[in-house]
Design a protein around this ligand. Structure first.
Ligand code: 4UU
Length: 570
């Protein structure tokens, strides 16, 4: 038997436009713009000041920035602009401005180190950096190392924060509104399927982070798939019972540099006519204050934030009863936390979503018919998604059987950018291999049972063991290394390194055992000095005689992952 092709949701997917860029869909296409345009619902709201930006102003700022990027920075078709920033109300306008010129956006975490940013600049060949005031030092250092002139750095304007001598986005909006209108980049029918909009990073099933080439069509498709799943009625006539309603207010604590924040929290919720309250940096108690102050109705979270809501003593000081909807995704959610969330928000809709960068985000969300997600399930496949289960013996699974889940969806990304080898392993005949083990029920409910691929998910962020192993092998005391994730109540998992000492370090330890602890501390510091905080070896360092490998030299990571589970942590 050939196995089953599984699909699910009861929503009906409309035709997906294949000739529009993301801003043309989001700002020019008439239907989804109606609540903001005609009813004056704020588009984006700054969390700190409460200042709202309306739809007309959003469009104007986007156009002014497009004019400025075109005239003053010569950004045009296929030029890559790297946004190295926290969330900012101008973030989407800068992004759409570049798209209006046919340019490509590569988003990056503003807490990256110089080396991590330099890697992304090189991999994408970016020619302009848009950054946030507190990330200017790193941006400058990385630009120098990469060879980008410093006048190719521009910075978002933030009250009370210094932008040095750099040109600000506010200045560019002012100047751009006086410049002639930049020619709009246009696509012919079908071209949106191959025209790259985003280069977002993911490690895929193996190796170090790679740029995922995401076309305009994939993002627009995912928005329409989500709308179809939740039966969004764009006539906005009879929407009172909808999960997402015009005028609802979502907090954007999820970062826009990650696909979950960008496509779902920002683009999809705007499509629904909602207002997005933009938070630059997640801070737990500040989030609670913002929920109350802005009368937030919708939250999109990662599991550690749900853990804080369930466990943190300050939560009881805040009236969170206005929250009607909470989606949790990007990493496994424990049953315990799930049940506690249900108890904490007795009236809210709460459930899980599952997605990945390679599918331009969402694959599944809990069924629209149920107020609450089914505990343990990552949700129901959304319209347009079909799944196949690849069993360990290479055959295709049937309903209810366990194996690697693979998806075909209109939102599937195209490939890994400039990486044919990795592309061949993950993007196969229109299917994306997830590296996740799971099963799908007859109702199209997805259950993720394990992770086959190497990556760790630390606080929802991908951490590639290969990246850390590469850095560890640069250390003089290390001759071999293997990094695995170990469970952590808050972060989900944290990296632990198994290390084989170099001959020299081993000899030093053999002559004096007291030398071992400084070596361990040195290795931990070596990673801390060059990597963003969530990649640090919070799980510690374990010394071993050798790293188990297959005869062909491949790390037996699973073996060490199991071994790590036996280690008692302080
Ligand atoms: C178990 O994490 C993401 C996207 C997350 C997302 C997006 C929209 C969640 C809900 C939503 O509505 O992307 P990446 O590329 O950073 O990581 C993808 C990987 C998956 O392959 C899987 O291993 O993150 C893990 N993952 C999950 N695991 C994502 N969601 C889940 C989940 N349960 N619900």
């Amino acid at each position: 038997a050939p196995g089953d092709i599984l699909s699910a949701s009861s929503g009906v997917l409309p035709p997906i436009p294949d000739n529009l860029t993301i801003p043309q869909f989001q700002l020019d296409h008439t239907e989804p713009t109606r609540p903001h345009r005609d009813a004056g619902i704020p588009y984006l709201v700054d969390d700190a000041t409460g200042k709202g930006i309306g739809f007309a102003e959003a469009r104007e700022r986007t156009q002014a920035l497009a004019n400025a990027f075109s005239s003053l920075y010569k950004i045009g078709n296929d030029d890559v602009v790297l946004i190295f920033s926290r969330n900012h109300v101008d973030y989407p306008f800068a992004l759409w401005a570049v798209h209006r010129l046919g340019g490509v956006i590569s988003p990056a975490n503003p807490d990256y180190s110089r080396g991590e940013l330099e890697f992304q600049l090189r991999a994408t060949k970016a020619s302009l950096i848009i950054t946030y005031p507190d990330a200017l030092d790193t941006a400058t250092a990385a630009a120098k190392a990469y060879g980008l002139p410093l006048d190719r750095i521009v910075v978002f304007s933030v009250a009370g924060m210094s932008t040095g001598n750099f040109v600000t986005i506010d200045t560019l909006v002012k100047r751009g509104s006086g410049l002639k209108k930049a020619p709009e980049f246009k696509l012919k029918p079908g071209e949106a399927k191959t025209k790259v909009a985003l280069l977002s990073f993911s490690s895929g099933t193996t190796g170090t982070p790679k740029a995922v080439a995401i076309p305009h069509f994939a993002v627009i498709a995912n928005i329409l798939q989500l709308a179809a799943h939740s039966k969004i009625n764009t006539n906005y006539v009879d929407w009172k019972d909808q999960r997402y309603r015009p005028g609802d207010r979502a907090l954007a604590v999820l970062p826009f540099y990650h696909i979950y924040g960008l496509v779902v929290n920002l683009h999809f919720l705007l499509y629904c006519g909602m207002s997005i309250v933009v938070v630059p940096k997640f801070h737990f108690e500040a989030m609670l204050k913002s929920i109350v102050r802005h009368r937030i109705t919708h939250l999109m979270l990662v599991p550690p934030q749900a853990v804080l809501l369930c466990k943190h003593p300050v939560v009881k000081n805040y009236d969170l009863s206005g929250v009607r909807y909470i989606m949790i995704g990007a990493a496994p959610l424990s049953d315990e936390v799930n049940q506690q969330m249900f108890a904490l928000f007795p009236d809210a809709q709460i459930g899980q979503g599952y997605g990945m960068t390679e599918t331009s985000t969402v694959i599944s969300i809990w069924p629209i018919e149920s107020k609450r997600g089914i505990s343990g399930s990552a949700g129901q496949l959304i319209p347009g998604v079909v799944a196949r289960i690849l069993k360990p013996d290479g055959t295709l699974g049937k309903v209810g059987e366990v194996g690697e889940v693979t998806f075909k969806a209109p939102s599937n990304a195209l490939r890994y950018y400039n990486n044919e080898k990795a592309t061949k392993e993950t993007f196969i005949d229109g299917w994306v291999r997830t590296g996740d083990e799971g099963t799908i029920t007859a109702d199209g409910l997805l259950y993720i049972t394990d992770r086959i691929k190497e990556i760790m998910k630390v606080r929802g962020f991908q951490v590639a063991p290969a990246e850390l192993e590469g850095a560890l092998l640069d250390h003089a005391d290390v001759s071999d290394a293997c990094v695995v994730g170990i469970p952590d109540d808050y972060s989900g998992e944290v990296p632990l390194a198994f290390i084989v000492l170099s001959a020299d370090a081993a000899a030093r330890v053999a002559s004096d055992l007291n030398r071992l602890e400084p070596i361990r501390a040195g290795i931990i510091k070596h990673i801390a000095d060059q990597k963003i905080a969530y990649k640090h070896l919070a799980g510690g360092v374990e010394f071993v005689e050798s790293i188990p490998k297959t005869p062909s030299g491949k790390l037996l990571r699973r073996f060490l992952r199991d071994k790590a589970k036996e280690i008692k942590r302080p």
